[in-house]
Design a protein around this ligand. Structure first.
Ligand code: NAD
Length: 250
């Protein structure tokens, strides 16, 4: 029987690449996103690989939407084995004291509350079924401090905290929870930003020991490894995938 994965933010970037990589491993996918276009595109890509997929339009910052995407996944697939808790947004890049309160609420709502709500409902199902595996998306900004991303960094440090603490509570019941901390990765969002600001790209690359950005495919490979039984004894880890970037900051 095929395993079932729920992927939030599955309509683009890291979520989409991971859906495709997991489908190559024979996994069926519930794609959760606010974007119809992106979500349906991922579903098509998964189906082309011979796996089943559904798109569930939901806003992860709303607890009722989160409960609904879990219920709809169970209704359609009957179970959830893997959860890539990934949807997130970045901020405007303003300094913190110039940041609008609405922006702070929005980033915390999607990046942190969305991730907590997701685990609240998904882990409940997994534990009923004897266990499961979760990967949360943190960031380089979740393991080091950086200017112009204070709120984003606070949410991603929160992701690290929830990853470690959940393991303390539920590892004994068969739940594995790990996090990834990618550095700048060439997802469509980042790519279009750097195309418009080539100097920013050169500056970002020069700060990375490997002198290039990461690719979504490299991140998807790591997430797939962590989610599946190949990583059965890895629990509560935060794995950096950043070309050595954060290693040079300690
Ligand atoms: P992306 O913009 O390409 O994809 C994010 C997806 O999330 C989009 O499809 C978007 O529609 C969806 N989304 C946004 N708000 C949502 C909501 N409220 N409910 C449901 N879906 C929502 O971005 P990405 O680069 O793939 O980012 C994915 C994750 O990776 C984020 O958590 C981001 O913080 C993290 N991250 C990205 C990078 C990078 O350089 N790309 C680096 C570190 C961490």
């Amino acid at each position: 029987m095929s395993k079932v994965a729920v992927i939030t933010g599955g309509g683009s970037g890291l979520g989409q690449s991971c859906a495709i990589r997991l489908a190559e491993e024979g996994v069926n996918i519930a794609v959760v996103d606010v974007s119809d276009e992106g979500g349906n595109q991922t579903v098509e890509a998964v189906k082309e690989l011979g796996q089943d997929a559904i798109f569930i339009k939901a806003d992860v910052s709303k607890a009722e939407d989160v409960k609904r995407y879990v219920d709809e996944t169970i209704e359609y697939f009957g179970t959830i084995d893997y959860f890539f808790n990934n949807a997130g947004i970045s901020g405007s890049g303003a300094y913190f004291l110039e940041t609008d309160i609405k922006e702070i609420e929005q980033i915390v709502g999607i990046n942190l509350l969305g991730a907590l709500y997701g685990i609240r409902y998904v882990a409940e199902v997994m534990l009923k079924n004897g266990g499961g595996s979760i990967v949360n998306t943190a960031s380089s900004a979740g393991v080091i401090g950086q200017d112009t991303v204070v709120t984003y960094s606070a949410t991603k440090h929160g992701i690290v905290g929830l990853t470690k603490s959940l393991v303390a509570e539920y590892a004994k019941d068969g739940l594995r929870v790990n996090a990834i901390a990618p550095g700048p990765t060439e997802t469509p969002m980042v790519k279009s930003y750097f195309e418009a600001n080539p100097k920013m790209k050169a500056s970002a690359e020069s700060g990375i020991p490997q002198k290039r950005l990461g690719t979504p495919e490299e991140v998807a490979e790591l997430v797939t490894f962590l989610l599946t039984s190949k990583a059965e004894y890895i629990n509560g880890e935060v794995i950096r995938i950043d070309g050595g970037f954060t290693n040079t900051k300690f």
